[in-house]
Design a protein around this ligand. Structure first.
Ligand SMILES: Nc1ncnc2c1ncn2[C@@H]1O[C@H](COP(=O)(O)OP(=O)(O)OP(=O)(O)O)[C@@H](O)[C@H]1O
Ligand SMILES: [Mg+2]
Length: 510
């Protein structure tokens, strides 16, 4: 008789149903796993055998075949241990098959039969819920899975014995509870930054409309400081956003103790980051930094130091909101609607353009450095701002009175206006102006005659691309929203245009 246990394979955030079938047949004593599994799955034989031995069960002297179906779907990861073990236990008659029919199963086994946490428990639980099934997962993954819904049946045993006892009715497993992380760590505050008022204003606009931003300036001007303070002015995520990003974090194994948080992700990969680290993929398909920054911020400090190939890989996701990982014979798509914040020096020595400074290599110093940033990438930056070095007179002043919390209130108001506007227009999937496109963008950025003249003249004078033109409109809409104004005035447009003027520190960029 063939026993069956349901589990899942991950393709991006999608959990595809996989059937684990086990059967004892006559012939040579052998334990075989077939069905396009990776090395971790091939090795699961040994873990399952040892775990069963640890609970006092020896496999009969027959040939045991385990098939992972559909056979042509590549399967990766260690979460197949538990479904394989349960299929074998069912084939041995230890667990009744009708009990297992009601669950999706995932978990890694240790040699002593205890269950180790696995990544992806949340998307697996969501998939199980959609199919009206429960989930059996390791205890450590239980609280994360519990977020999938109140009505889903979740069994989260610590080891195989607990699960078998539960099936037999000698021990009852309680349903794990979902935990919301208590945010203890305080975020760095904007009031630490002295001077740099223009840059702070640009940061506020970026936060309000979800716009991409590039900051150029000499070392020690406060670029990294500013970027690190962006999370402190961003509004917390709503339940939907939290679940979206937690599914990705769950797949990346990044949910600490299975706790979810409302704080937006802020990802700041080092400039040595590789393509798979940023886009996703690698040996085992995992979400990259772009996907992990979904609904939050991707901060690339020292932008020109990143590999050019990695930077170009940003271009498509910046517009589509999706990171696509190409595998040998299929594609995986991760949602990646991030806000890109970047910082750089104007040249290798960092001081080009500063009064009284001449680079030792002359103008080539800035030209060579800036050419590492491609034109199309720069074109996608809505806000391009230049910071000058902070003067000692600014530094000795007392800290500014305005705190991050004050700015956060204005940002939250502007975001609420945008949410409501998009909802009224029948686009509840859009959240910030940066995501508006096509007809929607046209409808929300109606200009008066004076505004029309201004943007037409400016577009000609500044040689704006079509993309640049639309990006100016989006930023102007955000500035008007921050102002609480329904119409975009000339003033709003002029401010938006000022963020598009290539700063001197970027004139020589490609
Ligand atoms: N506007 C400012 N107000 C107060 N302190 C500042 C300011 N700007 C810089 N500093 C001080 O200088 C330090 C360096 O700032 P930061 O790392 O943000 O510079 P940066 O512009 O990123 O430089 P680099 O180009 O070298 O990365 C900060 O830790 C802080 O002590
Ligand atoms: Mg820095």
């Amino acid at each position: 008789m063939t026993s069956r246990v349901g589990t899942v394979a991950f393709q991006g955030v999608e959990a595809v149903a996989v059937d684990v079938q086990a059967q004892f047949i006559g012939g040579q004593v052998l334990f075989q796993v077939v069905g396009l599994g990776d090395k971790a799955i091939a090795e699961s034989r040994e873990r399952v055998r040892s775990a069963l031995h640890a609970i006092g069960l020896a496999l009969p002297g027959k040939r045991l075949v385990v098939n992972l179906s559909p056979a042509d779907l590549p399967k990766e990861g260690s979460h197949y241990d538990l479904p394989i073990a349960l299929a074998v236990l069912s084939a041995l008659g230890v667990i009744p098959p009708d009990f297992l029919d009601r669950y999706v199963v995932m978990g890694e086994l240790a040699l002593d039969g205890s269950l180790l946490p696995v990544s992806g428990a949340l998307p697996a639980a969501m998939a199980a819920n959609a199919r009206d099934l429960g989930l059996i997962c390791p205890k450590a993954s239980g609280s994360e899975a519990a977020w999938a819904g109140d009505d889903i049946d979740i069994l989260a045993p610590e080891n195989l014995i607990q699960l078998i006892n539960h099936v037999k009715g000698t021990q009852v497993l309680t349903r794990p509870k979902p935990h919301l992380a208590i945010i203890e760590s305080k975020l760095p505050d904007l009031s630490d930054i002295k001077g740099q008022e223009a840059a702070k204003r640009a940061l506020e606009v970026a936060a309000a409309g979800g716009h991409h931003m590039i900051m150029v300036g000499p070392p020690g001007a406060g670029k990294s400081m500013l970027a690190q303070r962006l999370p402190s002015i961003l509004p917390p995520m709503d339940a939907r956003e939290m679940l979206d990003i937690s599914m990705i974090a769950s797949l990346g194994g990044e949910l600490k103790d299975g706790q979810l948080t409302r704080r937006r992700p802020f990802r700041a990969p080092h400039h040595s980051a590789s393509m798979p680290a940023l886009v996703g993929g690698g040996l085992r398909a995992k979400p990259g930094e772009m996907a992990l920054a979904h609904h939050g911020v991707l901060f690339l400090d020292e932008l020109p130091e990143f590999q050019p190939r990695v930077l170009e890989a940003l271009r498509q996701p910046m517009e589509s909101g999706e990171a696509v990982v190409a595998r040998a014979n299929y594609h995986i798509t991760y949602p990646a609607r991030f806000q890109l914040i970047t910082a750089m020096n104007p040249c290798k020595c960092g001081m080009a353009g500063e009064p009284g400074h001449t680079c030792r290599q002359g103008p080539r110093c800035a030209a060579d450095y800036q050419q590492r940033i491609s034109g199309p990438l720069l074109d996608r930056m809505d806000l391009q701002i230049e910071l000058s070095a902070v003067r000692a007179t600014d530094l000795i002043l007392p800290s500014p009175k305005e705190k991050s919390a004050d700015v956060a209130i204005r940002v939250a108001k502007a975001r609420a206006i945008q949410l409501q506007r998009f909802a009224e227009m029948g686009h509840p999937d859009l959240r910030v102006n940066a995501q508006a496109d096509g007809d929607v963008l046209e409808a929300i950025t109606v200009l008066d005659a004076a505004g029309m003249t201004l943007i037409r003249d400016a577009a000609d004078a500044m040689n704006l691309s079509a993309r640049g033109y639309h990006r100016v409109l989006r930023v102007a809409r955000t500035i008007a929203d921050l102002d609480g104004s329904a119409n975009i005035s000339r003033l709003h447009l002029a401010e938006a245009l000022s963020y598009r003027q290539k700063p001197a520190g970027l004139r020589q960029a490609a």
